[in-house]
Ligand binder design. Structure first.
Ligand SMILES: *Cc1c(COP(=O)(O)O)cnc(C)c1O
Length: 380
């Protein structure tokens, strides 16, 4: 890393080493315990984590899987979606949402997001055809979509609802957890996610016994409890070691949520008068929603300004990123999705992420705020 003279401090966008540092003793103990028992695959820790995840979310069933992308695919297939079907998703999402649809054999149909960066209900309705079978909204950035409107739409057209809840573990809409509104949903425990494991990991959750039974089989080669292969499956198991670490981290997660919401409040307080930036909703701005701030995604008002502010922050030691490398899913030419989504395209030219994670101190956040204020010539 180049050291510049004007840096007061360095605030990386995300510090992957922090994941061990914070709970080094506890996690070392877990790793030693699991490995000395040789309990690596489909052991009690997976079941224990699934049980605790279900009660954390208020849902009937949880299933540990290899990652969220697999989880979405397994849920989509278990819901009976496949070739000949169209599935609607918001193009402002990780490619995983669309690739899970694609690999089920269904056609991914991207639509616009709204000013809240979440799937736009009007665009969804406009995209519905006789082939539309399901919609998969992404609960993006630790926010929750207006689920009542989405459920109304699903009921009106008889569509299946599956949520990509990779970024919103513990977020709520009217006291109900993101990821528990449809027939199934999937979460990600990728290291940089709110609850991150030491590699890849994911979960499918559902209140539907049939979907539970199907995913239970398909994540492990279609094998029934006794080992008999009863259907075509694949290998997408959550490692027992990851499950044990995740179970521990889930037990501390409410503290992390409080801290993330606190950081969002500090950003809001320090930046709300900066007219050149549009901030995400502040905690409690909408009493129906409880946000967990996986990300803090801001917009510059003028697209040509984004490079300037990001470069200035970088030269002051502050890391920022553009989600998905700065492109919505339909903009990746290699995927062959030929759609024009002007609102999303404009937003993708204007948004980027400020650091948002529990390794940040208040000093770090205030340094970021003051650096932004300096760039736009606001007082400190
Ligand atoms: C991270 C992420 C995924 C994929 O999660 P993996 O566990 O890496 O497969 C899917 N959707 C969204 C919105 C994500 O942010």
């Amino acid at each position: 890393m180049t050291i510049l003279n004007n840096k007061e401090k360095t605030v990386p966008f995300f510090d992957y080493k922090f994941i061990l540092g914070q709970y080094k003793e506890e996690i070392t103990k877990i790793i030693l315990d699991i490995s000395s028992r040789g309990a690596f695959i489909m052991q009690d820790e997976v079941k224990k984590f699934e049980k605790n995840l279900s009660s954390f979310l208020g849902v009937q069933h949880s299933l540990g899987v290899g990652n969220c992308t697999d989880g979405l695919l397994l849920a989509i297939k278990a819901a009976g979606i496949g070739p000949g079907d169209e599935v609607i998703f918001s193009s402002h999402t990780f490619v995983a949402t669309a690739s899970a649809i694609y690999h089920s054999g269904a056609k991914p149909v991207p639509v616009e997001c709204g000013s809240d960066h979440l799937i736009d209900v009007k665009s969804m309705e406009a995209a519905i055809t006789s082939k539309t079978k399901a919609i998969i909204p992404t609960q993006l950035n630790g926010q929750v979509c207006d689920m009542e409107d989405i459920i109304k739409l699903c009921n009106k057209y008889g569509l299946i609802l599956i949520e990509d809840a990779a970024q919103s573990l513990g977020a709520k809409y009217k006291d109900k957890s993101a990821g528990t509104f449809g027939v199934a949903s999937a979460y990600s425990f990728y290291p940089a996610k709110v609850v991150g494991c030491f590699g890849d990991g994911g979960a499918v959750v559902t209140n539907d016994d049939d979907i539970y039974n199907k995913v239970f089989l398909t994540r492990d080669h279609g094998r029934a409890k006794i080992g008999e292969v009863v259907t075509w499956g694949m290998n997408s198991r959550l490692d027992n070691l990851q499950a044990a670490i995740l179970d521990f981290k889930l037990s501390k997660y409410n503290l992390d949520i409080d801290r993330r919401r606190e950081i969002a409040s500090i950003y809001e307080g320090g930046l709300k008068d900066v007219k050149e930036l549009i901030l995400p909703p502040a905690p409690n701005a909408n009493p129906d929603k409880f946000e967990i701030y996986q990300n803090y995604e801001v917009e510059v008002v003028v697209a040509s300004d984004r490079d300037g502010i990001r470069t200035y922050l970088s030269s002051n030691g502050i890391g920022t990123i553009m989600q998905w490398g700065g492109k919505a899913v339909h903009e990746f030419e290699g995927l062959g999705l030929n759609y024009s989504l002007p609102f999303t395209e404009d937003l993708m030219r204007r948004c980027f992420l400020l650091p948002m994670n529990t390794s940040l101190s208040n000093d770090d956040i205030n340094y970021i705020i003051n650096t932004i204020r300096k760039y736009y010539n606001y007082g400190i």
